[in-house]
Design a protein around this ligand. Structure first.
Ligand code: MUC
Ligand code: MG
Length: 366
């Protein structure tokens, strides 16, 4: 089970439709495929999605930190020495998605070595999750039409609506149009990606009180410390912390400080090992959890559903598992399929998915 190689391969696959939100936009999935090989000839894989507007990482920085710092630190360790891996990687601050992809590739390799699925290794609670779809910025009519297509084609009935534009009525009109169109047949929540101030957020949430929102996510920056506490105190729905809770210490700080009341777990930023820690912390604190999407490709989505389905608390709510639908292609030999609003965990050892070598050859950038 000894690690013999760590590769970081940049690849780029265009989106058919860009995703726009308050902190940025994505037009091409410029991700990094991480492959970990062992002395037994096993290869574990995961993907890192660079999000400079969220974590400061770029595709080039992820490749560089893995090639020059992380790979030399972990080659020679055993797959089971995850705590040692974590301790070594954490000597470098930041770089969450690079670290997470290494962690998840290790779990995939361990599952393949032992012949057990990662989701079973993590907790094995269920084999599926309901799916929540993220609606990026557009005019109200276009966002309603997109939601109709997603309901009709995939049976998805939970939507996270991107908000955070000015004036706030641009976005509240979208949410109202969705509620008018679907009545109570869909679940709706909003994510501001820090686009509004605390007072704009409260104005918007008051304007939407009759619309039955389930959650509000990261409407204003956590760094507006007192403003955010003031806002969260006034809301009557749980306030999800997403990009403000990269580490478990962040979760503790934001929740105990009154700046969040629920947590988004993204395997793309905390891997499986860190996501377990966040899950257990949230359980101890009695917080609701949502499995978030770091605008993942299919490999990243397979990781999210493997983790989310592993626990009761992460599979209770619909998970954000559908952004890959807007990509023009992907790397897997067998594409993920969302049916009747659900995504199944892949059976098979490890993550249960394989990268198609021809597709990787077509999209790799090195
Ligand atoms: C999300 O939940 O915020 C958009 C920006 C980002 O960091 O993640 C995505 C989705
Ligand atoms: Mg978010």
């Amino acid at each position: 089970m000894k690690i013999t190689g760590v590769e970081a391969i940049p690849f780029a696959i265009p989106y058919t439709k860009p995703l726009r939100f308050a902190s940025g936009e994505v037009t091409t999935a410029e991700h990094v495929l991480v492959r970990i090989s062992t002395e037994d000839g096993v290869v574990g894989t995961a993907e890192a999605p660079p999000r400079p507007f969220t974590y400061g990482e770029t595709q080039a920085s992820i490749v560089a930190v893995i090639d020059t710092i992380f790979a030399p630190q972990i080659v020679g360790l055993r797959l089971t020495e995850r705590e040692l891996v974590r301790e070594r990687l954490d000597r470098t601050v930041g770089n969450p998605t690079a670290k997470a992809a290494i962690d998840m590739a290790l779990w995939d390799a361990f599952g393949r070595t032992t012949g057990v699925g990662v989701s079973e290794l993590l907790g094995g609670f269920t084999d599926r999750m309901r799916v929540s779809h993220m609606l990026g910025f557009a005019e109200p009519a276009a966002m309603v039409a997109e939601a109709e297509r997603i309901v009709d084609t995939f049976g998805i009935r939970t939507f996270k609506v991107k908000v955070g534009r000015r004036p706030v009525t641009l976005d509240t009109a979208v949410v109202r149009a969705l509620r008018d169109r679907f009545a109570n047949d869909v679940e709706l929540y909003v994510d501001g990606n820090r686009g509004w101030t605390a007072s704009e957020s409260l104005t918007a949430m008051r304007e939407m009180t009759d619309l039955g929102l389930t959650f509000a996510e990261e409407l204003c920056p956590a760094d507006d410390v007192l403003g955010r506490r003031w806002l969260v105190d006034k809301l009557d729905v749980p306030f999800i912390a997403d990009e403000s809770v990269v580490t478990q210490a962040d979760v503790t700080r934001e929740v105990l400080g009154g700046a969040a009341t629920a947590i988004s777990i993204k395997t793309a930023r905390t891997g499986f090992t860190g996501s377990q820690r966040t899950h257990h912390l949230a359980e101890g604190l009695g917080l609701e959890l949502v499995m978030g999407n770091q605008i993942d490709g299919q490999l990243g989505t397979a990781c999210t559903v493997a983790f989310g389905a592993a626990y009761a608390r992460t599979s209770r709510r619909a998970g954000e598992l559908s952004n890959f639908l807007d990509m023009s292609d992907d790397l897997l030999t067998e594409p993920l399929q969302i049916r009747d609003g659900e995504l199944l965990v892949r059976s098979g050892a490890g993550l249960g998915v394989d990268v198609d070598p021809d597709k990787l050859a077509r999209y790799r950038q090195d």
